[in-house]
Design a protein around this ligand. Sequence first.
Ligand code: GDP
Length: 304
Amino acid sequence: ESLDKGLEKSKTSFFTKLSKAVAGKSKVDDEVLDNLEEILVSSDVGVSTTLKIIERIEKRVAVDKFLGTEELNQILREEIAGLLSENNLGNATEFEVPINKKPYVIMVVGVNGVGKTTTIGKLAFQFKKAGYNVVLGAADTFRAAAIDQLQIWADRVGVPLVKQQMGSDPASVAFDTLQSAVAQNADIVIIDTAGRLHNKVGLMNELAKVKKVMQKVIADAPNDVLLVLDGSTGQNAFEQAKQFTAATEVNCLAVTKLDGTAKGGVVIGISDQFKIPVKYIGVGEGIEDLQVFNKFEFVDSFFK
Ligand code: GDP
């Protein structure tokens, strides 16, 4: 129910526009398809993913000969869910933390302002609630505010934060964090990293160094690299996904601020374009406003 509420804006706008696109129409013609294309693009699904969806609908329309909004809704929802299924992109689960893998290391990347700190706080809260011992590491050392914000979240959740002063070497903070986590026999480490998009090589080098140094403590760290993207920023989110996936091996995404946007379609486009599953979506500023992404719920929330 909270997902419906969170995605209300996306839903309303998508559905309203969709209804308009087929209003007064008795069949799906070129005009309807053009309108649909425009709706998908303006909902930030992205051009190439939109064209893929339109193409599929064209194929089905020729075969199915359907009429009206309801059928179009149904077909659209089937095709979008199908797209997410194809690469197993919509079947995300929570992080699976093996019992014999201690500590489990999650490295979090993303630019400032996207909701990275908040997402880490929410995740730490979920893990703690599930009974895990969590340690956070403040390896986004470029801004003092980033470290302070993370400290506020660590205090709120009640988990330790390993930090150094602003401007210190991110790799050094990551190293300290892992050592501390090992010493405490912690279950899960969440490392906050790279908050600025310097040039591509700079980003790549910074993240590579953080990884390399972590591996001195735990050979296979990090176990996951989570990229946080702001779902309300549309094309910027695509651009950031491009840069971060080029710089390091991102294996899952969190898309934030889907409560405050009419552009939830970005989730569909990004997972399709980058073939990386969206694991979590942020639907508010509160500590509980992080949900495991569920493709059926998500697609349904557009069409209900
Ligand atoms: P960071 O700079 O990437 O670490 O960003 P922060 O975590 O500090 O978040 C930036 C702002 O976005 C803060 O005001 C957060 O409360 C807000 N924020 C983060 N996630 C969400 C979300 O899912 N929904 C909404 N509405 N706000 C969010």
